[in-house]
Design a protein around this ligand. Sequence first.
Ligand SMILES: [Zn+2]
Ligand SMILES: [Zn+2]
Length: 399
Amino acid sequence: MQVIESIAQHAGAMAALRRDLHAHPELRFEETRTADVVAQQLTEWGIPLHRGLGTTGVVGIVHGRDGGACGRALGLRADMDALPMTESNTFAHASRHVGKMHACGHDGHTAMLLAAAQHLAQHRDFDGTVYLIFQPAEEGGGGAREMIKDGLFTLFPMQAVFGMHNWPGMLPGQMAVSPGPVMASSNEFKITVCGKGGHAAMPHTGIDPVPIACQMVLAFQTILTRNKKPVDAGVISVTMVHAGEATNVVPNTCELQGTVRTFSIEVLDLIERRMRQVAEHLCAAHEATCDFQFVRNYPPTINAAPEAAFARQVMESIVGADNVVEQEPTMGAEDFAFMLQAVPGAYCFIANGDGTHRDIGHGGGPCTLHNPSYDFNDALIPLGATYWVRLAQAWLARA
Ligand SMILES: [Zn+2]
Ligand SMILES: [Zn+2]
């Protein structure tokens, strides 16, 4: 493994910084302390910065030896927010705040990008500009979208943007990147079947919304098997069914809520359209009415093929071709998708290992994302930072 020497020298300090962030997790759009830590480090290394995009976002600006005159620029993005959950770990750097935890490793993502920033600022052995994007609110807040709305790509024009997430279970030293869709679109629906309640012993006097909603749940599944192409991926999960308060009362309404996931907008359009038709027509068939609400949260995360291939080459130069694996797309979602809609780039993965890196006092559960026993693997910091630096140098050196 070809880790950059000066980054390896600072590994201890960066691990300590990561553990400090882990002990002080902040929820979406509240990352003020985290942003302060980031800003203080960047300032210490002589990196000018811009604060406030997307509320708490920080953008560091590192010009190369040409002062950025060539006009080429790329963005490297780390997310900073924690999750609203209570940590099971009791080791020294465990969360100080009940109900808040860095269980997705965004503390580590921030540390890896800071470690890269230090090296880039101290060496400036490239032409062009590297924008270091520290983003708030990845966990459900759409912080990437908010930074873009506040002018991320107009204030800081760049030709490519790259993101990275740690991935538990992959062997340490491995990295992964693939072209095309890597994460799904995430969407929510809320459907209210409006019938006519009454005495449960005299159902013929009303319109019972419950059997209509039950038919609807099953009918939705045929959208996946009969309407979309079999080779296209799609998920419809009805996760909440709410109706009634008594065994002898037919309720007025039955409410269904859940999530839809797809790898393309085309399939999403199809599923939303067919769900609405099925819901409204099933209600009409049973003389009920339908309130159909569908909210699109995150679009699919789609890597541009040339940038994904470029990222793979850089990874291979660091960890060797055998250690760069194909990442199977997952139906989870990621708001880096918004950045990739605006600018070409690639979202990649770095192995977090099996959890044996964790200190004594870990919670005993699996070291998986969003698990209360999770901890980021500090051994990744020099490797991830090396990837960021090599990627930036190589990309900016392209003809
Ligand atoms: Zn997460
Ligand atoms: Zn995450």
